[in-house]
Design a protein around this ligand. Sequence first.
Ligand code: A2P
Length: 317
Amino acid sequence: MSVPMIKFNNGEVFPSFGLGTWKAKPTEVGQAVKDAIDIGYRLIDTAVVYNNEKEIGEAIASKISQGNIQRENLFITSKLWSTFHRPDLVEPSLKSSLSNLRLDYIDLYLVHWPFALQEDGDLFPLSEDGKFLFSDVDFLDTWKAMEQIYKKGLAKSIGVSNFNRRQLDRLLKSAKVLPVTNQVECHPYLTQIKMSSFLESKGMMLMAYSPLGSADRPWAKPTDRVLLADSKLKKIADKYEKTPAQIVLRYQIQRGHIPIPKSINKERLLENIDIFNFELKKDEVKTISSLNCNARLCAYEEAQDHPDYPFTKRDEY
Ligand code: A2P
């Protein structure tokens, strides 16, 4: 199966759909990546903090060495973790990811969160009383170092993730290289309507993480609503002889977003990419959008006292 390509604001082409790897265990991610490449996935979204880069790198290297795929036809994303925001840590951090992923350039490198955490230690630095240890590195300084890795060709494109509108405005005022994307949580219970049109107005793409509602998030409670069990989605799915998962992924495609659903299961990998052969009607897209209840699944509340925490109440979006 093949995935249509889009073009970023810097002229680079990129797949409109890809594989998410957050929560994919090191023992299972390698096979999932190999299966995904065989099925037709070309975008693989990774991050240092997912703790599975090495296994993903091995899977990619084995597919390339077996001649199943060429490097230039794969599009790999990774993300700068918050403990590496200090400008002198940005390039070494990318190089460490490149070494794990067995690549000599990354297609897209994102600042994972706008806030910085204390450098040079654990990925989740904690004080003795269990509180996050913050750093005051300004993301504008981090961005300057991101621009350098872009200019050096170590990253073909650069962008951000989990930035709010105010933070994007501030970044865009001083950026010499525009971010190509803001990767944010997006699904029918958190539709990101305002963020989506803001990004569009700035020529940036919205990459949608947790597009299926991340039922496997570690902090899910048994009483939480399950997106894919929503009866309105089921009704639309039945009409097209598709599944609710395919409906919510197609919804992202029609909104011009790049969804990156995670699966480690071959059948579901096949199911999730099989969304380019039907079209939702305008009123169905509207119905799906009406499910919005601002249910943020990945709020990262442990960092809410950080001045650069993105999801405070004073921010509209
Ligand atoms: P699995 O990896 O076992 O397939 P998200 O991308 O929103 O984070 O969602 C990931 C979750 O959704 C995982 O639990 C994943 O399980 C599950 N999942 C992936 N594809 C499908 C699908 N087509 N139908 C139902 N659940 C799916």
